[in-house]
Ligand binder design. Structure first.
Ligand code: GUN
Ligand code: ZN
Length: 446
C-alpha cells in the first residue's frame, strides 16, 4: 500500500451535494463553490469551502495545486463493472445470453493465469483513473487468482474497491464452473485475505440466478451471515430472455428478485445490476431492504436490453438506492460522463428529463449511498476520504466553444456529461495523492 500522503491543497470550482436531487429541487441539493479550496492531510479532506474562508487553515508550507477553470468533484463511483471483460469491450452483434456464450466466457477463461490477470487488472484500474472513477464494485472471474490480482493492484494504488470471485456452478462451460462447496470455501479464504484490508472490500458475487444452483445461492447467503460489512453483487432482470429462463429454472419464485430474496441475498450492501424488467412489488422490496440497483445505460443500449425506469426507482414514496454502472464489457465506456450521457438519452426515451445535477449526484454521492459507503466517499467535505476528480469543461475546441454559452453551473455540468469523456478528466486524486494527471501523460503512480 502507498505510504501516507503529504499534506496537499487544491483550488478550483467545487461541485458537490448536500442532498438527493431526485427528492428535492436540484438547485437546493447542489453545493456550488466557484472559487473553492480543498485541504487534504493523511488521505482525508480536512477543509473544503470558499477559498477566502478556507485559506486560513492551510498548513504552512503546503503547496496549492491550481485547478482554476476546472471543477473539483468527488471521484466517480462505478457500481457495476467487470474488469476481466476489458479486452472484449465492444463485441459485435449479440444480445445478453448469446453474448455471454460467444464472447464473455471464452475471455474470462484466461484469468486462472496470475500474470495475465494482473496485467488486465492494472490496465483496468489505470483506465478507471483516466476516467475520474475512484471506487468501483467489480466482478472478477470464477478463479480466485483473478481476485488476488485485482485487490493486489488496487492495494498498490490505494483505491477503495469492492470486488469478489464470481460464483457459477451450472449453465456455464466446465472450465468456468465451481461447485457450491468450492465456491464457498474459496470465497471464505478471499474474504479473510482481503475484506477490510487497507481500502479493499469483498463482495460475494453469484453471477446471476441462471448460473447458480439454489444450493449455491444459499451458501452465498451463508458467507454473508454475521458480517454486515460484506457486499453482495449479482445481475437482476436485465434481458427478457434471461427473465423467462429464470422463471423456468425457479418456478416457485414470485419474481426474479424473489429468487435472491428467498436465498437471503436481498439486504443492505447488495447491489443488483440492471433491474430493468421488475415490477412495483420488487421496487418496494428493494426500497425496504436497503439493497441497491445499478443503472447501466451504455450496456442496456449496446446489448438491446431495455430502458431502466430511473425515475420510477427514485420515486419519493419508496426511493431505491440507485447508482450508475458502466458494466464494461457489456457497457461501451468506462467514463461516467459517457454513462450519464446515455442515461440522459434513455430518460428522454421514457419521457423524463435527467437534470445534470441528478446525473452527477448518481455518479458520486448516489453511488456511494448505493454501496453504503457515503460516510467515506462521494462528497467533497471535511472528514471524507480525499478521492477527487478534476473536470475540465474546455477539454476540446468544441467543448470550449460550447462552454462560452454556459450561464450556470448546471449547464457546465450538462455540457460535460453530454460532450465529455476521458479527455475531460484533468486529474484524479486517490487517498490524497495525485493518481492521474492528464497533461503529464500516463497515469501517475503506475
Ligand atoms: N448477466 C450475467 N453475466 C453477465 C455479464 O457478465 N454481463 C452482463 N451485462 N450481464 C450478465
Ligand atoms: Zn454486468
Amino acid at each position: 500500500a502507498p505510504a501516507p500522503s503529504a499534506p496537499a491543497a487544491l483550488r478550483g470550482h467545487i461541485v458537490t451535494f448536500r442532498g438527493n436531487p431526485f427528492l428535492m429541487p436540484p438547485h437546493d441539493a447542489l453545493v456550488d463553490e466557484p472559487d473553492g479550496l480543498v485541504i487534504i492531510a493523511g488521505g482525508r479532506i480536512t477543509h473544503a469551502g470558499a477559498y477566502d474562508d478556507t485559506i486560513v487553515h492551510l498548513p504552512p508550507g503546503t503547496t496549492v495545486t491550481d485547478y482554476r477553470g476546472c471543477l473539483i468533484s468527488a471521484g466517480f463511483v462505478d457500481t457495476h463493472v467487470h474488469y476481466p471483460q476489458l479486452p472484449m469491450i465492444a463485441a459485435y452483434g449479440e444480445q445478453l445470453l448469446e453474448w455471454l456464450e460467444r464472447y464473455t466466457f471464452p475471455t474470462e477463461s484466461r484469468f486462472g493465469d496470475d500474470a495475465y490477470a494482473t496485467t488486465i487488472a492494472r490496465k483496468f484500474l489505470g483506465e478507471l483513473l483516466r476516467c475520474g472513477t475512484t471506487t468501483a464494485a467489480v466482478y472478477c472471474t470464477v478463479h480466485p487468482q483473478s481476485v488476488d490480482a485485482f485487490f493486489g493492484e488496487s492495494t498498490r494504488l490505494g483505491t477503495l474497491m469492492v470486488a469478489g470471485k464470481v460464483l457459477m456452478d451450472r449453465n456455464a462451460p466446465d472450465y468456468l464452473r465451481d461447485t457450491a462447496r468450492s465456491g464457498y470455501d474459496e470465497s471464505r479464504r478471499l474474504i479473510e485475505r482481503w475484506h477490510g484490508r487497507n481500502r479493499q472490500h469483498y463482495a460475494v458475487t453469484p453471477r446471476f440466478a441462471p448460473t447458480s444452483t439454489p444450493e449455491q445461492l444459499e451458501l452465498a447467503a451463508a458467507l454473508l451471515k454475521g458480517d454486515d460489512t460484506l457486499f453482495m453483487q449479482t445481475h437482476l432482470a436485465e434481458n427478457r430472455a434471461e427473465v423467462a429462463w429464470v422463471a423456468e429454472l425457479f418456478p416457485d419464485s414470485r419474481s426474479y428478485l424473489d429468487v435472491y430474496d428467498r436465498a437471503g441475498l436481498v439486504r443492505p450492501r447488495s447491489v443488483m445490476g440492471h433491474g430493468i424488467h421488475i415490477d412495483e412489488h420488487d421496487m418496494c422490496r428493494c426500497h425496504e431492504s436497503g439493497c441497491a440497483l445499478a443503472h447501466c445505460p451504455t450496456s442496456n443500449l449496446f446489448l438491446g436490453s431495455g430502458a431502466f425506469r430511473l425515475f420510477d426507482a427514485m420515486d419519493a414514496r419508496r426511493p431505491v438506492r440507485t447508482g450508475l454502472g458502466t458494466d464494461v464489457g457489456g457497457g461501451t465506456s468506462l467514463s461516467h460522463l459517457q454513462t450519464m450521457n446515455e442515461a440522459y438519452k434513455i430518460a428522454q426515451m421514457t419521457g423524463k428529463r435527467l437534470h445534470p445535477v441528478q446525473a452527477f449526484w448518481l455518479a458520486t454521492q448516489g453511488g456511494a449511498q448505493a454501496l453504503h459507503l457515503d460516510d467515506r466517499i462521494g462528497t467533497v467535505a471535511a472528514g471524507m476520504d480525499a478521492d477527487l476528480c478534476i473536470l475540465d469543461p474546455n477539454a476540446t475546441p468544441l467543448q470550449a466553444l460550447r462552454a462560452q454559452m454556459c450561464d450556470s453551473t448546471a449547464d457546465v455540468l450538462f455540457t460535460l456529461m453530454m460532450l465529455g469523456d476521458d479527455r475531460s478528466i484533468r486529474a484524479t486524486w486517490v487517498g490524497g495523492r495525485l493518481a492521474h494527471d492528464r497533461d503529464s501523460g500516463g497515469t501517475t503512480g503506475i
